[in-house]
Ligand binder design. Sequence first.
Ligand SMILES: [Zn+2]
Length: 559
Amino acid sequence: MHDLVIRNALLVDGLGSAPVHGELGFSAGKIVEIGKAKGSYKETLNADGLALMPGIIDNHTHYDAQLTWDPLASPSPALGVTTAIIGNCGFTIAPCRPAGRDLIMRNLTQVEGMSIEVLRSGIAWEFETIPEYFAMLERRGVGLNIAGFAGHSSIRSFVMGEDASRRAASDAEIEAMRRIVLEAVRAGAIGFATSTSPAHNGEGGMPMPSRLAEERELRALVGSLKEAGRGLFMLTKGGQTKMAFLEELAADSGRPVVVAALLHNSTSPGVVFDDLDAIAAANGRGRRMAGAISCCPLSFDFTMRSPYPIESLDAWKRALGKKGDAMKAVLADPSFRQGIRDELARPATFRLFNGEWDKVQVVETVRRENAHFEHRTLAELARASGRDPIDIWFDLALDEDLDTVFIAQTLNSDEAALAKMLRHPASLVSLSDAGAHLTFFNDAGYGLHLLGHWVRDLQVLSLEEAVRRLTSHPAEIFGIRNRGALKPGYCADLLLFDPAAVNRGPKKRVLDLPGGGARLATPPIGVHGVWVNGTRIADEKGMRPLDRLPGQVLREFNG
Ligand SMILES: [Zn+2]
């Protein structure tokens, strides 16, 4: 007797085939039949014509810390994600000796938008090395399948201590890092991840350690993937990192290379397509490269205590890491404001924030007399008052002890451009950043957004193509075995949903992190069931209570 047969479903196989009505049966966590089920089953579920697809493989998450206190990686599984790749951008928590923990947490709090209190009260430090971290996840259990990168910034801090954010590495230090990457990949890391993005800063505005790496360091570390004969290289690219250099790494190592974060910038709209075209051309020369794009507009909720969208401006450097009165003094300084105006007036190829005042809005004011600012953009307020948008912005924040909440829709908001990116042969649908930036945004529901907004509402992609983009496509790029398709022998990672309703719900602020920390939540809409390795973890009412955690730590990948 097999376990469960789902009847009367619209089967979307993840491979891009046209959807067909049929049945799917599984047993002991593996799909046994698809199409017409002939075996006998202990249980039957009538899907009433709902769509059944493989579970979403979220290839860009940051659950490394959260998984040690929340093995379910909330909210991703409720949003249809059955496999998550962690350690992106190289922001891991392993390797780490006890003496290095504080530095790792201080770096993460800034770059990932988690408070230091959350990290201090949350992280279980039952490991030092990367293999020990994976072993800990296995011992404690995970609610969904997890694959993890060896992370450059943590490896650099492990080898170089506080110097990791200050200088280039010596030959001996590069050799020590190379051995750690090699050991990690042999123990089951999915690859090596790094960031050269100027948006990535640690405590007090110190650059994240990986940003200090010279090209020879990257060459050596990516070279260890070649030596291991496994693993892929993922990088979040700053504007100074050239695509030709990344192609060289792909060619020398023979390993796949995933380039993030390719976001559309309305003030330099061609750049993202130049990058995608360069990747497509490299693939034409035999490389295996993909450009990680997002199907969501990038918007940040923030206060002027930590205004992520503008923190990567050079002119902001004077304010980085400042708190309270020191921050207020900088914000009030007319020459500081002028510096920001001057910088925004200069064109830039990659910049998170570009002075698009119609895309910065006041969300929530503190003082009653300022309530009339709410839900208005800085462009509107500037037009109405004849004042400069930066003066309006900073003066309002100063008037409210820096607690005014703003939202900035910085990048990726041009739908025609996004449609073109989604259809580009070199693009990989990615960048949920789930588990990070918790107070700024939450795109963990990117898969439901793709199915609702881009498939149903805008008809930019067919249902079967969108499902392929969320499942077998990332599985193929990342070498994930026996997942990402509805096929006999494949793991029973499944998502049952209503194509007419599917969506991600409105954002709301909840206080459920360790120690009561805040994050933005977004509920699923139209999800009727999620299975991980044959265990149903969610139904139409949301997550179910579980008597055991059904996820696996994935350690073996296709070449
Ligand atoms: Zn990231």
